[in-house]
Ligand binder design. Structure first.
Ligand code: PEP
Ligand code: MN
Length: 301
């Protein structure tokens, strides 16, 4: 019994009842599809979530949303509550920024992904956004995971900065154990001895997560590298490695960004990334997900 489970996950080091049950591919060999608005993750098509690290101003978000929509992004990301290393750094607009995201969704038809930092914020976000992100610093916030296990909203679970593959899966296990199977894993780089890049992108874990679990997997080349020039090559590598999609930071003017400007793509670079993904996806037998249609009232304008 134990040997069989070890063979299944290969890297499971936790014997007995604490081992993962729900996330393993053997629990659902056909894979799980996660539906976010009109977009499906975990199917044959590749999905791109893009937008600024933080929602800063109405103009900034509107420009970012228009740019990523024009280039074919499927989901709009934008942090309202920012987990910052320094308490003096910009902490995000919080709830007052929500209407800016909702306006962008109404304008472009992009479903929304934003981070929820704690259980108290959940009530204010749950009915307004399409996917809730658990950030790397919160991957083992067990009360938050328990709460998100009980809601009917897809969750984007980022890998902790220093989390092993096994710990990442166990965090996902909390969500599925609570009854929420709409979970997407996100590899965003881990901390290693290497300091030339912000983090070290662990693409092997992406391939392993695809093989050993039934959950869709996104790659975040922005936080994984911390450097704009590395985002495009790592995004292409992620697509080649079998990721289901990307989470990419894009800012209309990265030099003015209040958060993570050095890793933000300009709209032009994001357009280039979207163009260059096509041939890589074709080479591995994938296609880009269809763009979401703008809402009918906007199409008529
Ligand atoms: C983010 O997506 O902006 C973010 C804070 O990411 P992470 O939790 O991976 O650091
Ligand atoms: Mn960021």
């Amino acid at each position: 019994m134990h040997a069989e489970v070890q063979g299944d996950l290969n890297l499971v080091n936790e014997p007995g009842p604490a081992r993962p049950r729900h996330v393993l591919r053997s629990a659902r060999p056909g894979g799980t599809r996660v539906t976010v608005g009109a977009i499906e993750l975990g199917g044959p098509a590749f999905v791109v979530a893009a937008g600024p690290c933080a929602v800063e101003t109405a103009a900034q978000l509107a420009e970012a949303a228009a740019a990523v929509a024009a280039s074919g992004a499927h989901l709009l990301r934008g942090g309202l509550f920012k987990p910052r290393t320094s308490p003096y750094a910009f902490q995000g607009l919080g709830e007052p920024g929500l209407p800016l995201l909702e306006r962008a969704r109404a304008r472009h038809g992009l479903a929304l992904v934003t981070e929820v930092l704690d259980t108290e914020q959940l009530a204010s976000l749950i009915d307004h956004v399409d996917m809730l992100q658990v950030g790397a610093r919160n991957m083992q916030n067990f009360p938050l995971l328990r709460a998100l296990g009980k809601v009917r909203r897809p969750v984007l679970l980022k890998r902790g900065l220093a989390a092993t593959f096994h710990e990442w899966l166990q965090a996902a296990e909390y969500l599925l154990d609570g009854g929420n199977d709409q979970v997407v894993l996100c590899e965003r780089g881990i901390r290693t001895f290497e300091s030339a890049t912000r983090n070290t992108l662990d693409l092997a874990s992406v391939a392993l997560a695809k093989a050993r679990t039934h959950l869709p997997v996104l790659v975040d080349p922005s936080h994984a590298t911390g450097a704009r020039e590395l985002v495009l090559p790592m995004a292409l590598a992620a697509a080649a490695a079998g990721a289901d999609g990307l989470l990419v930071e894009v800012h209309p003017r990265p030099e003015e960004a209040l958060c993570d400007g050095a890793q933000a793509l300009t709209p032009d670079l994001f357009a280039e990334l979207m163009r260059r993904l096509g041939p890589v996806l074709a080479a591995v037998g994938r296609t880009m997900h269809a763009s979401p249609a703008p809402p009918a009232n906007v199409r008529a304008l």
